[in-house]
Design a protein around this ligand. Structure first.
Ligand SMILES: [Ca+2]
Ligand SMILES: [Ca+2]
Length: 534
C-alpha cells in the first residue's frame, strides 16, 4: 500500500539503545526463609486483581455530574475492602469525546476529571493501600484536533506531516479526504493513525511513557488497539512491523521503569495470539478466549466452552501469564448477557476468580449493573445507593443511571451475604489468601457430566478442588476421576474454603483414587473450593 511502511526501525533502535536497558523479567529467588515452601518472587501483576474504571462514571465529588479523580480517591476504601489491588483507568487525557480514546494532549489530564494534583493525590492514596494504578495509553492514533494533526493537515511541509499516514489517492481501508490529500484513520476520521515508521513518533511516545512512569509515578499502561499499530501492504492487524516495534517498545519502557507493566488490547485474541505478544512485547494481553469460556459455559450450563479455552491455554500459554475478564467497556455488561440472572453472574465470577490468569473486574460488575450498547449505556454511572442519581452525584449526571439503581446498588448489597457484591468480595479474598488459586497449574478433571466443571489447582502450597454445577438443576449422577491429575500423595483431610456443607476425603486404594463424589447431590449452581490436606 505505502512504501513508507517499509522503513527500517534502525533509528528507533539507536534511540532506545542510549537508555541502557535493565534486565527485569528474571525473577529473583527469595533469600532463605523459615517457610517450608520457597518460590521465585512473581511480578506484582501476576498476583493482582484489577478493577477497570471509567472515571466519568465512577463518583462525582464537585457536583458537575461528571466523575472525577477525587471521587475515586474517596472510594478507595470501598475498593480496598472489595479486595482489588490494582486499577486500570480508562483514558484520563483531555479529549473532545466523552470516552477519551482520541487524545488532545498526552501530558495533561482531562480538566473535567480534576487537576494533575488531584491525580497525584489519587496515586499517593492508592499507594498507601498497596493499590497499583495503570492508565490507558492510546497510541495508534490521536484526536484529529491534536496540535500535531492540525499542523500536519494544514501544512504539508511541516515536520508533523510524517507523524501521520498520507496518500495522494485513497487506498484500501479507512482513508479520509482533506484539502491536502488523504490520511489514514482506521477507527474513524476523528482518529488519524500515527505513523510508527517515523522514528520521531516513536520518540514522542517514549517521552510520554517516561513522563507518566517517572515524573508522575503511575505503574503502567493498558495499551489500546495494539494490533493496529503498523499497517503493511493492506494488512491491517498483527503485522510483523507491529511486532518488531513492540519489541523495541518493551526494551524501552522497561529501561524507563523495570517494574512498569503493560497490558495490550488485541481485541478477540485467544491463547495462540496472546502467546505471540507476551513477554518480549507486552507483559500481558487480555485473553478473550478465556473470557468467552467463562461467560458461555455459564450461560449454556455446559463445561465445553471453559474446558476448551483452558486446553488452548495449556497448549500455548501453559503458565497462564495473561489477563482474564468477563466483559469490558466495549461489550454488553455480563449481567445483561445473563438477562439479570444472579446465579449466572455468581457462577461466572466464581469461574474467573478461581482460574489462573490475572482477573480484571469492570466497575459495577460486582453489584450486577446491567447495560447494553450503545457504548454510553455500558459505561453508566456507578450505582452507590438508592438516593437520587444513584448516589453517584448530587446533580443530574452526564448520563442517567440505570433505572434499577434503587434495588441494585453498593449500599443495599454491603453486608448481605447472599448478594453478588459479598460473593465477589469473598472470592477475591479467597484468591488473595491462597496463592495456589492465582498462579498454580490447573488440571482439568472429568466428572462424567457436561454440566459439571471440575479441576484441581496444584502447587507446592496445596491441592485445591474447584467444583461447580453449571446448571439450574441438581446433579447427582456424577463421579470425579482424580486419577487424571497425576497426584502422588494420599489425603487425610479436607478443608471447605468456599461453599456450604461437609464432605469426605477422597479414598485411595493402591495406586488409584476411587471415583470421588464429595456430595451426593450438587445443588443448582453449587460452587465449591475444597482443599485436600495431605
Ligand atoms: Ca465531577
Ligand atoms: Ca495504525
Amino acid at each position: 500500500m505505502l512504501k513508507r511502511f517499509f522503513y527500517t526501525l534502525l533509528l528507533l533502535t539507536t534511540l532506545t539503545a542510549c537508555a541502557s536497558p535493565t534486565p527485569t523479567a528474571a525473577p529473583t529467588p527469595k533469600a532463605t526463609t523459615t517457610v517450608e515452601v520457597t518460590q521465585p518472587e512473581l511480578d506484582w501483576w501476576r498476583t493482582a486483581v484489577f478493577y477497570e474504571i471509567f472515571v466519568r462514571s465512577f463518583y462525582d465529588t464537585n457536583a458537575d455530574g461528571i466523575g472525577d479523580f477525587n471521587g475515586i480517591t474517596q472510594k478507595l476504601d470501598y475498593l480496598e475492602d472489595l479486595g482489588i489491588n490494582a486499577i486500570w483507568l480508562m483514558p484520563i487525557h483531555p479529549s473532545p469525546s466523552y470516552h477519551g480514546y482520541d487524545v488532545l494532549d498526552y501530558y495533561a489530564v482531562n480538566p473535567e476529571y480534576g487537576t494533575m494534583d488531584d491525580f497525584k493525590n489519587l496515586l499517593n492514596e492508592a499507594r498507601e493501600r498497596d493499590i497499583h494504578i495503570i492508565i490507558d495509553l492510546v497510541i495508534n492514533h490521536t484526536s484529529s484536533q491534536h496540535p500535531w494533526f492540525l499542523e500536519a493537515n494544514s501544512n504539508p511541509d511541516s515536520p508533523y506531516r510524517e507523524y501521520y499516514v498520507w496518500a495522494e489517492e485513497p487506498g484500501a481501508g479507512s482513508w479520509h479526504e482533506t484539502e491536502n490529500g488523504y490520511y489514514y484513520g482506521y477507527f474513524w476520521e476523528g482518529m488519524p493513525d500515527l505513523n510508527y515508521n517515523n522514528p520521531a513518533v516513536t520518540g514522542e511516545m517514549l517521552k510520554i511513557t517516561d513522563y507518566w512512569l517517572n515524573e508522575i509515578g503511575i505503574d503502567g499502561f493498558r495499551v489500546d488497539a495494539v494490533k493496529h499499530l503498523i499497517e503493511v501492504d493492506g494488512k491491517l492487524e498483527n503485522t510483523p512491523a507491529t511486532h518488531a516495534w513492540l519489541k523495541d517498545f518493551y526494551t524501552a519502557y522497561k529501561a524507563q521503569d523495570p517494574q512498569a507493566y503493560t497490558i495490550g488490547e488485541v481485541f478477540g485474541a485467544g491463547s495462540s495470539v496472546v502467546k505471540i505478544y507476551t513477554g518480549s512485547e507486552l507483559d500481558h494481553i487480555f485473553n478473550f478466549e478465556m473470557s468467552s469460556g467463562f461467560v458461555n459455559s455459564t450461560n449454556g450450563g455446559a463445561n465445553s466452552g471453559i474446558v476448551s479455552a483452558i486446553k488452548f491455554a495449556q497448549m500455548d500459554m501453559p503458565d497462564f501469564n495473561f489477563a482474564t475478564f468477563l466483559t469490558n467497556h466495549d461489550q454488553n455488561r455480563v449481567m445483561s448477557v445473563f438477562n439479570g440472572n444472579m446465579d449466572k453472574a455468581k457462577m461466572a465470577a466464581f469461574l474467573m476468580l478461581t482460574s489462573p490468569g490475572t482477573p480484571y473486574i469492570y466497575y459495577g460488575e460486582e453489584i450486577g449493573m446491567q447495560g447494553q450498547k450503545p457504548d454510553e449505556d455500558i459505561r453508566l454511572p456507578m450505582q452507590w445507593n438508592a438516593d437520587e442519581f444513584a448516589g453517584f452525584s448530587t446533580v443530574e449526571p452526564w448520563r442517567a443511571a440505570q433505572i434499577d439503581y434503587t434495588q441494585v446498588n453498593v449500599e443495599a448489597q454491603t453486608g448481605d451475604s447472599a448478594s453478588l457484591l459479598e460473593h465477589y468480595r469473598a472470592l477475591i479474598h479467597l484468591r488473595k489468601e491462597n496463592s495456589t488459586l492465582q498462579t498454580a497449574d490447573i488440571r482439568l478433571l472429568d466428572a462424567g457430566n457436561s454440566g459439571i466443571f471440575v479441576n484441581l489447582r496444584v502447587d507446592a502450597n496445596g491441592t485445591y478442588l474447584v467444583l461447580a454445577n453449571l446448571t439450574e438443576e441438581p446433579i447427582s449422577e456424577y463421579a470425579i476421576d482424580l486419577n487424571q491429575a497425576g497426584l502422588a500423595e494420599s489425603f487425610v483431610g479436607v478443608e471447605m474454603l468456599f461453599g456450604e456443607g461437609q464432605t469426605q476425603v477422597p479414598e485411595r486404594s493402591g495406586d488409584s483414587f476411587q471415583p470421588y463424589q464429595p456430595f451426593e447431590s450438587l445443588n443448582p449452581y453449587a460452587m465449591y473450593v475444597i482443599k485436600f490436606i495431605p
